[in-house]
Write a protein that binds this ligand. Structure first.
Ligand code: USQ
Length: 406
């Protein structure tokens, strides 16, 4: 049956969607699955369990205890009566991707199944190649499978604010209008990423724009900032926790800072600490993705939005973690600026726009100080698990020392 644009929107608004989450076992994937199920949508999950394996390899683990995928789904079924159809496999395998899309034919895909760590991609040639091939491979498989099997479905793809880098001018949402030699055009904003991981997302973006141009696929490319937090309201049971990484490879800034405070380690802004990034809570990340799904693009539309709540410098965040940590934990928290293992500007202009999601109805609920208190309390609760991987926290992946063939 061929459905027209307006019918398609009506179908999405009136019925519940079938959403395929590629990367359902991850930090955001699992939280999004809980939200979608809670709202009555049907969820299909795909994951190779790659992040679990790679985190283990660097001698780390999620500080929040996470169940096996099988148990997660079982617990969810017991609590809600709803099931998730789960396919374990690699989206970079075209046969696997086609067979899952053929079997499930979803209304929408949320593609989170990518290697998501900048430091991992900078360890050496092996990891750089893995990141580039894996991420671009999965995305190209997906757009082909969509075109051949479900050309009217919506792809919501997770990109990153890091695609833009830190230019000395304002950052628009994907495109800008520019005049050059007396002529004007609206063009993709130039990208200037800071790791092989971030570049892999830029390459994906280019490939998605092209897939949209030739096959008219409906695509949302989300430029997301750094996510923090352990909680969304749907996490009502220890068995439903999403992962929470804190090591130097897989952990992100604010989550690491909170863990350092709990463990009595110095909080570590890298370099001068004046580098700014857009941040958002896990709750806001999930609610933005829900808005993107429930308000899909026009037929044949490729749209981009910048997904973050506020931007902060890492020094500002370290200061707030110190203040909250001392209050919540009742002891001193020290800040120690350490040598920056990355090659990045640690003092720069930063003014990215983030109006589109707000115009679509996003009202941030993240309250930074309250969210930090809640992270501190959760990490303190699972302190023993954090202690077990204490040695994996200090930075040891240096961009300049990325290992070659030998
Ligand atoms: N940083 C510190 N101290 C630390 C850890 C990080 O100062 O202990 C600094 C880094 O130098 C960097 C900033 O904090 O300037 C952000 O680093 P991060 O590790 O929190 O985040 P990043 O590597 O940029 O990547 C993370 C996610 C990635 C996502 C990205 C969004 O791992 O999947 O795409 O955030 S964004 O940063 O907006 O590109």
């Amino acid at each position: 049956m061929c459905i027209q644009r307006n019918d398609y929107i009506l179908v999405l608004m009136s019925k519940h969607m079938k959403v395929s989450i590629l990367g359902i076992d991850g930090y955001i994937g699992w939280a999004l699955a809980l939200r979608l199920i809670g709202k009555g949508h049907q969820v299909v999950g795909v994951d190779s369990l790659y992040t679990r394996m790679r985190v283990k390899e660097v001698g780390s683990q999620s500080v929040t205890p996470i169940e096996s995928m099988e148990n997660r789904i079982k617990i969810l079924r017991e609590k809600t009566g709803e099931n998730i159809e789960f396919f374990q496999g690699d989206v970079n395998d075209p046969e696997f991707m086609y067979s899952v899309v053929e079997k499930t034919k979803p209304d929408a895909f949320v593609h989170l199944a990518e290697q998501r760590s900048a430091p991992y991609s900078m360890i050496g040639l092996k990891q750089a190649r893995e990141t580039l091939m894996q991420n671009m491979g999965g995305t190209i498989n997906l757009v082909y499978a969509m075109k051949d099997i479900v050309p009217d479905a919506h792809l919501l793809k997770l990109g990153t604010m890091g695609e833009y880098g830190t230019p000395n001018i304002d950052i628009p949402e994907g495109f800008f209008t520019i005049e050059y030699n007396g002529r004007k055009d609206t063009l993709p904003f130039p990208k200037f990423a800071g790791s092989w991981y971030h570049w892999s997302k830029v390459h994906d973006t280019n490939n998605l724009m092209f897939a949209n141009r030739v096959w008219k696929l409906r695509i949302t490319d989300v430029m997301q900032g750094v996510v923090y937090g352990t909680r969304i309201p749907e996490i009502t049971d220890t068995g439903l926790f999403t992962r929470f990484d804190i090591d130097e490879v897989w952990g992100t800034a604010l989550n690491r800072f909170c863990t350092q405070a709990v463990l009595g380690l110095p909080v570590t802004p890298y370099g001068k600490g004046d580098q700014r990034r857009g941040f958002l809570s896990l709750e806001d990340a999930v609610s933005c993705l829900m808005i993107g799904l429930e308000k899909p693009p026009e037929e044949g539309e490729y749209r981009v939005y910048n997904q973050f709540d506020q931007h902060y410098s890492v020094n500002e965040l370290a200061g707030i973690v110190k203040e909250r940590g001392e209050k919540v934990l009742g002891r001193d928290v020290h800040i120690e600026r350490v040598e920056n293992p990355r090659v990045e500007m640690d003092q720069h202009y930063y003014n990215p726009e983030n109006k589109k999601l707000r115009n679509m109805g996003y009202v941030p609920v993240g309250d930074l100080r309250k969210d930090i208190d809640s992270i501190l309390m959760d990490v303190d609760r699972f302190r023993e698990r954090a202690e077990q991987v204490k040695n994996a926290i200090a930075p040891r992946t240096f961009w300049k020392k990325s290992v070659g063939l030998h």
